[in-house]
Structures are given as C-alpha cells and as structure tokens.
Design a protein around this ligand. Structure first.
Ligand SMILES: NC(=O)c1ccc[n+]([C@@H]2O[C@H](COP(=O)([O-])OP(=O)(O)OC[C@H]3O[C@@H](n4cnc5c(N)ncnc54)[C@H](O)[C@@H]3O)[C@@H](O)[C@H]2O)c1
Length: 249
C-alpha cells in the first residue's frame, strides 16, 4: 500500500465507497492522509471498507442512496459537520445493466440515470456550496462514454451524460479556482463487472471490450482518481482521464 501525506489536512467526500473502485479509492486516500467521509447505500460494504482502511488519515461511514435528493443534502451537511470542511468530492457510486436494445425498458433507463447521473449531479451541486478555491471534483464515467460497447446503450448513455455534465461544470467553476475531472475506467474487476453477463457474445464483441493488458484492478483506477484529486494535477481540469489499459488505442 502506498503511504504518503499527499492528502494531509484534506477533507474528502467519496460516494460508492462500499465496494470495488470506491473502496480502493477510500483505502488509498486514507493511506495518503485524507479524512474521508465514505458514502454508500450498502452498509455492510461500507463497514468492510472501514475495516480495511489504515494509514495516517481517517474514515467515517455514512449510508445514503445517492439518488435521494433530501438524503444527499443531509449527507453533504453531515460531511461538513464531521470533517469541519470539504476540499474534494469524488463520485464513484454507480450501477450497471446490460440489455439488448430490443429488451431495453423505461425502468432500466430511469434506474440507471437516477443513480449514475442524478446522484452525481446532486452531490456536485451540494458540495459546491462548500468547496473552496483549490477544491476538486472527480466524477467517474466510463470508457463506454466515448466508445461503443454492445448491450450497454443505456449504461453508456448515463456515462456520456456524466462526462458532458462534468465538462460543462468544469467550465462553470473554473473562475472559482475549482477543478472538475472525469476518470473513465475500462473493464475493471469488481462486483459490478462480475454481475455483467455477456454470454453468447462472439469474439468480435469481446475484442471491443477487453484490454490487451487484461482487466483493470480497482487499485489502478483508484491511483488515477487520487492523482486527479491531488495537487499533482493542479493544472488539469475539464478532461477525461481514460484508464482502460489501452483498450481503445
Ligand atoms: N468495474 C468496471 O469495469 C467499471 C468500468 C467503467 C466504469 N465503472 C464505474 O465505476 C464506478 C464504480 O464501479 P465498481 O466497478 O467499483 O462497482 P461496484 O458495484 O463494486 O461498486 C459500486 C458501489 O456503488 C454503490 N451504489 C450503487 N447504487 C447506489 C446508490 N443508489 N446510492 C449509494 N451507493 C450506491 C454500491 O453499493 C457499490 O458499493 C461506477 O460508477 C461504475 O459505473 C466501472
């Protein structure tokens, strides 16, 4: 585990911290000195993240559904009260569904947009009440925001929306000295991808999704999120950092 003081005296609100990429990001930030307000809908998952965290930072767990507006308002207030301030927002919470276009439902579309887009947007809106000059927002999109993947039309649309939202937000808040970045993972081994069923796909489809470097590890995505959130990225804003092991060279 990398340890440093890169995030000393840095207050971070992180969504999706109960599993996968969000958990790896929480562990990385605590190891680098951050005070992390870790948010997720999955209480047991959050407890596992808290158990695994070690380092100079600290972590506080908070259960919330990111698509529930009053609950998001309360979560951001809770973070500021608990941490005393807010320097960084990292939105990682997300859901995935694979559906052939013939079977796409309104329920699929609404569920995906509620969590992936509405949840991200609400946390940005509320956090911006508190972020100071020098503050950072890192939103998680996907390589499918900018590259086609079969059976992922609805999911990809939500990630394209996260990317577009973030670029506009970056331009809106640049004058306040606040950076907004997007991290777009490629296929990464987490419970989310374990639930993705691509059975029946032929090799032409797999070759579009797979990386020649193999599947990504959550720690590799977390390292990029930590970089984006850190002062090492102080001259970066309004860009999409695609971390996909060369899947789309
Ligand atoms: N794993 C991949 O291959 C991959 C690729 C591209 C993008 N992503 C994105 O990375 C992010 C993290 O994915 P992951 O692979 O770590 O998935 P994961 O399923 O392991 O973790 C997602 C977390 O989000 C939480 N969550 C889901 N809905 C929520 C809600 N309504 N309120 C609060 N928390 C909620 C879940 O409880 C879970 O802990 C997602 O936004 C996902 O779309 C993942």
């Amino acid at each position: 585990m990398v340890t440093s003081d890169r995030f000393a005296d840095t207050a971070v609100l992180l969504t999706g911290a109960g599993s996968g990429i969000g958990r790896a990001t929480a562990l990385r930030l605590v190891a680098e000195g951050a005070a992390v307000f870790a948010v997720d809908a999955n209480e047991a998952g959050l407890a596992g993240t808290v158990d695994g965290a070690s380092g100079p930072g600290r972590i506080v767990a908070y259960v919330v559904d990111v698509s529930d507006e009053p609950a998001v308002v309360a979560a951001v207030d809770g973070a500021v009260t608990e941490l005393g301030k807010l320097d960084v927002l990292v939105n990682v919470a997300g859901i995935h569904r694979t559906t052939p276009i013939e079977r796409l439902t309104v329920e699929d579309l609404r569920a995906l947009f509620d969590v992936n887009v509405v949840g991200t947007a609400l946390f940005c809106r509320e956090a911006l009440e508190h972020l100071p000059e020098g503050g950072v927002i890192v939103n998680t999109a996907s390589s499918s925001a900018s590259h086609g993947n079969p059976f992922m039309t609805a999911y990809s649309a939500t990630k394209g929306a996260v990317l577009a939202f973030s670029l506009s937000l970056a331009s809106e808040v640049i004058g306040r000295g606040i950076r907004v970045l997007v991290v777009s993972p490629g296929s990464t081994t987490t419970p989310l991808t374990a639930g993705v069923r691509l059975g029946g796909l032929d090799a032409r489809y797999y070759s579009r999704i797979a990386s020649p470097m193999g599947a990504g590890r959550p720690e590799q995505i977390a390292a990029t999120i930590a970089f984006a959130a850190s002062r090492d990225a102080s001259y970066l804003t309004g860009v999409d950092l695609r971390v996909d092991g060369g899947s789309h060279i």
